[in-house]
Write a new protein. Structure first.
Length: 389
């Protein structure tokens, strides 16, 4: 599936950078273009794989390239003012070659949190291709303002995109690691999951043909229109010597195992992927749709295994709409990606919604009480102070 990636803000840019990095190594061609948008010049300079020619600095007249702090309203405003610059960069790319847009942002900050929904809305307005979002939730200990930004942005962003894939930093942070090193490994993990998913159907250039290919339309149908989704992943290294020239020439089937092993390997991988740590932890029962992608050398991609895994996931989620397929790669690993879309039972999202409601109520109450005390101040006020109101 061919994507145009647009990263907004620091996290958005870094995750796009990691996706391009993954794609360069896997060479599957799922990234047609990658654009980074920011209000902070320094954050753009930190990117390794998005060249300056594909970077857009927005809000320059207002914030002079210094960023918006964690003010997501300002992030939204300046992005809206300069969205034409982003769109003209998108306009350069061969949009007819892409299957979808992916707009990426950390929702707890300012630029990405405010700007990503603005860019998504504009893209949807102009193009017929689906616009997906990838939203990163802050860790709980980042503080109130990040939680509040994320709560608000999540509500807006999910409305503006065809589907919002969510990654929760809180579920993935590691203790005892520096923030930067921690983000690096998180971004690589996320890039691997998305990379396998979106590479499916693109091939690895080896010309291998999948038994039951996953194509772009299956990913698009699974993401559907509306709602949020989460991604699981599991991989195992094959216990066999790397295939050398000889076995490749002899068809590579000489060391093929019997079908039962391949079937069991796939069913257990898919279980681990779906029941292990998801990009956003949630109850998988009640998901509306699912997609299973199994990647690995073609001689171990058992169609039977994928069929069984699909049936298992149907039972586990309670939906009949589970798609599945394989993706042959010349590798010594077999990996399973499970995309679950239309998930509702998500504790973290409920928590954020509650925070948003509570804060709004608090703010109203504060506004009322400060208006009341202002009235008091004016009516009982000292005569020497000229009320300015
Ligand atoms: N996974 C991940 N999360 C990040 C990264 N950098 C920042 N974040 C998260 O994104 C949130 C927003 O930060 P940032 O992207 O710097 O804000 P912005 O530049 O104003 O959009 C933070 O609160 C973190 O939760 C990163 O490289 N990877
Ligand atoms: Mg930052």
């Amino acid at each position: 599936m061919k994507l145009a990636l647009i990263g907004i803000g620091q996290a958005g840019g870094k995750v796009v950078d990691a996706l391009v990095d993954y794609e360069r190594q896997a060479k599957t061609g799922f990234v047609v273009d990658a654009i980074a948008v920011n209000t902070a010049r320094a954050d753009l300079r930190g990117l390794r794989n998005v060249p300056e020619s594909r970077q857009v600095l927005v809000g320059l007249t207002r914030v002079k390239g210094h960023g918006v702090g964690a003010d997501n309203e300002l992030g939204a405003e300046v992005t809206a003012e300069d969205v034409g610059d982003v769109l003209s960069m998108v306009d350069d790319l061969p949009v007819h070659e892409i299957d979808a847009f992916l707009v990426v942002a950390g929702l707890g900050g300012g630029t990405g949190s405010g700007g990503a929904p603005v860019v998504a809305r504009e893209l949807k307005h102009i193009y017929t291709e689906p616009v997906y979002g990838l939203g990163i939730l802050p860790a709980r200990d980042e503080g109130g303002i990040y939680t509040l930004n994320a709560a608000r942005s999540l509500q807006t962003f999910v409305r503006e995109v065809d589907n919002l894939i969510v990654f929760d930093n809180d579920a993935w942070r590691k203790t005892g690691e520096s923030l930067e090193a921690g983000y690096g490994s998180l971004n690589a993990e996320l890039a691997r999951r998305l990379g396998v998913l979106f590479s499916a159907g693109e091939g690895d250039g080896s010309g291998a043909v999948a038994e039951s290919v996953v194509d772009a339309s299956e990913i698009i149908n699974t993401l559907g229109s509306g709602g949020i989704s989460t991604i699981g992943y599991a991989a195992v290294e094959l216990d066999r010597p790397k295939r050398g020239l000889f076995s490749r020439l002899s068809g590579g089937k000489a060391d093929a195992e019997d079908g039962g092993d391949s079937t069991n390997r796939i069913t257990s991988l898919v279980r681990r992927a779906a029941l292990g740590r998801l990009t956003m932890p949630c109850e998988i029962a009640g998901a509306e749709r699912g997609l299973v992608v199994v990647a690995g050398p073609s001689d171990v991609l058992s169609r039977r295994g994928i069929e069984r895994a699909r049936t298992w996931l149907e039972d586990e989620t309670g939906t009949m709409e589970i798609r599945g397929g394989d993706y042959p790669v010349g590798s010594n690993f077999v990996a399973a990606v499970v995309l679950l879309s239309g998930v509702y039972d998500v504790p973290r999202v409920k928590e954020l919604q509650a925070v948003a409601i509570e804060t709004q109520r608090d703010m109203l109450a504060k506004r009322e009480s400060s208006a009341a005390s202002l009235d008091d101040l004016i009516s009982t006020g000292d005569d020497h102070i000229d009320p300015l109101f």
